[in-house]
Write a protein that binds this ligand. Structure first.
Ligand code: SF4
Length: 611
């Protein structure tokens, strides 16, 4: 607990400073800051930072004063928001006015961080899982401050790769051995003295004969066994020593178990055999630098993240427009990410649905309607969601054989009770029977033998078709998914692909510079929070003309001069009204032109907001 050598510093950010530190900025620069991510962070999030969770790690009355915890935690969030290195972050805190404004830096002592301080605080945040607290509490604050409706949401998943390279089986064995030998020499130099120097040369120095780097593919089978035998010898040599407590020793053991097996022969001796590659699980160690990473055939190597966000469809936009008091105030609320979770590549998406619903329900931001793709669309998932009060709209998987052009139950004519009335060729079945579990129909063999559809039909050869009551329900669901109503509701799911693309390419999740599950999770959560901040800032920027419009409207009604940072129309200073610039000008200038042309419009303006 080295942090107890530092005295806790928590500055008061709630009351206004005795003298406004930002007065030298001027109105326009201050306005720019207010409308940017800096204004969003300062207005909504600064006071919500979980400083009380960090405070117990510092002394109250002894030691060197720590940095202001609001500034520290805020800087860690902003670092991920901008995808900066530690050196760039230190520079930004010291010299960037937007950063200092966002963090409400009040003291010269809080303006300077060294990179080591930043790393120490980051380790503390990761160790105590404050990254989850930061994402959840700050996202909830944004949702409630902006008034985002979380009734409708959508969910999807994507893979992210940590900063690791793909290794062959031989590479995994060699790197694991190298890692153990290096940690052994560093931690227990006296035990290292008993090591065969040849192993150090082959696995760490990697020069001279017998190294693995230049192994030919034709030799790899033999060399795999050679590396496995070396690992076996190392494990046996250091098992009874203190070195068996090292992380790298446990990793070496794990790799050996995953890749090799010991065979006991009749003579009493044991030999080593490599496991069949097809029998190796996708959860196995893929690189000793990141033993938490796993493999998925479709997504590759790394981690799977689940992303759930709010959205507005046409109905919501119409409702918002009705509630709006003017044409300019029709600014749709931003879509915000409500849930992020990081897990193994080997976990199916359907397993992530229930934790996502539970998490959002516990925080009071749960959806009522949830859109998802076919991976979440099992009957079990729909039942789970329904039990939690959520309507899940997700298509079911295509029926077996559909992809190969085969006929399925969906192509047969079935009545409400599940009985087949006609086959795709228009033939009625000869007989039909129903049991508690399944239904069965039989068709005439001679008719089927003459049928042009028999190649793809499930009947010929079997003469009869059996299917369950559950399959009948599935058929009804699949057919309903072809309706225009379903397609119209489901089309809003595609929007989450854009969010995932922004997370990867704008927020930098596609090129992470870290390894290990906890480090990757820290980046994933804080960058999702960063995207939410960017979105709220964009919304505030678009919303700004509305506030100006309201001020203009009240001024017009009172026949007063319009207040605010507007620029007079050049060459005509006698006009009573001034015209705002840039985007505001584009929004308001048609209105002003009409007002100048017909001043009587002033009196009707409050009765006709669409003017
Ligand atoms: S093969 Fe028999 S059951 Fe299948 S479509 Fe033709 S007639 Fe109907």
């Amino acid at each position: 607990m080295i942090y107890l050598w530092f005295m806790l510093t928590l500055r008061d950010h709630t009351s206004a400073a005795p003298s406004d530190l930002w007065i030298q900025l001027g109105a326009k620069r201050r306005q720019l800051l207010d409308r940017s991510w800096a204004g969003v962070f300062r207005d909504y999030l600064l006071l919500e930072l979980p400083v009380e969770a960090l405070a117990p790690h510092f002394s109250k009355d002894f030691g060197r004063p720590s940095k202001d915890l609001h500034v520290v935690l805020g800087a860690l969030v902003l670092q991920q928001l901008h995808d900066l290195t530690d050196a760039q972050t230190v520079e930004a805190i010291a010299f960037n006015i937007a950063w200092q404004y966002a963090l409400d830096v009040q003291s010269e002592a809080d303006c300077y961080f060294c990179e080591r301080t930043l790393r120490t605080y980051r380790r503390l945040v990761i160790k105590h899982h404050l990254d989850e607290v930061l994402f959840q509490s700050l996202t909830d604050k944004l949702i409630h401050s902006v008034g985002v409706n979380t009734r409708k949401q959508r969910i999807d998943s994507t893979g992210v790769q940590s900063f690791m390279r793909n290794l062959t089986r031989l590479g995994i064995l060699v790197e694991s051995t190298s890692k153990f030998l290096r940690q052994l020499r560093r931690t227990y130099p006296e035990l290292y003295q008993g090591l065969d120097p040849e192993l150090w040369r082959k696995y760490v120095v990697r020069t001279g004969d017998g190294c693995f780097a230049s192994t030919l593919p034709s030799q790899s089978k033999r060399r795999l066994l050679e590396a496995a035998a070396d690992i076996d010898a190392l494990l046996r040599q250091f098992c009874p020593t203190e070195a068996a407590q090292l992380d790298s020793y446990h990793l070496l053991e794990r790799v050996f178990e995953e890749q090799c097996e010991r065979i006991c022969e009749a003579s009493g001796q044991s030999s080593i055999k490599m496991r069949d590659p097809h029998a190796i699980s996708c959860d196995n160690t893929l690189n000793p630098a990141d033993p938490d990473a796993s493999y998925n055939k479709r997504r590759g190597v790394g981690y799977l993240i689940q992303v759930m966000e709010t959205f507005c469809d046409d109905t919501d936009k119409d409702e918002e427009a009705e509630e709006a008091t003017s044409a300019v105030s029709e600014v749709a609320k931003p879509d915000l990410i409500t849930h992020m979770a990081l897990g193994k590549m080997t976990v199916h998406d359907s397993k992530a649905l229930l934790p996502a619903i539970k998490d959002t329900q516990a925080r009071g931001v749960a959806p009522e309607h949830l859109l998802a793709d076919t991976h979440y669309g099992s009957n079990q998932c729909i039942a789970y969601a329904k039990a939690k009060g959520v309507t899940l709209l997700a298509p079911s998987m295509p029926p077996k054989g559909k992809g190969q052009g085969k006929l399925t139950l969906e192509d047969f004519e079935v009545d409400a009770s599940g009985h087949i009335q006609r086959c795709p060729a228009g033939r009625a079945p000869l007989e039909m029977s129903v049991s508690k579990k399944r239904l069965q129909v039989r068709f005439a063999i001679d008719v089927c033998d003459q049928c042009p559809l028999q190649e793809g039909c499930p009947i010929p050869g079997k003469e009869r078709l059996q299917y369950t009551h559950e399959r009948v329900k599935q058929r009804a669901r699949r057919l309903s998914e072809q309706s225009a109503t379903f397609r119209d509701q489901y089309r809003w799911r595609a929007g989450i692909e854009g969010t995932i693309s922004r997370l990867k390419h704008q927020m930098g999740l596609a090129k992470l510079r870290v390894r290990g599950q906890s480090a990757v999770q820290y980046r994933v959560l804080l960058r999702a929070l960063g995207l939410n901040i960017h979105r709220v800032a964009a919304w505030r920027g678009a919303f700004y003309p509305q506030r100006l419009f309201d001020r203009l409207l009240s001024a017009l009604q009172g026949h007063q001069r319009v207040p605010g940072p507007y620029k007079p129309i050049s060459g005509n200073t006698n006009r009573r009204f001034e015209v705002p610039t840039t985007r505001v000008y584009r929004c308001l200038s048609p209105l002003l032109e009409r007002l100048f042309a017909d001043p009587s419009t002033f009196d009707n303006i409050s009765q006709n907001p669409d003017i």
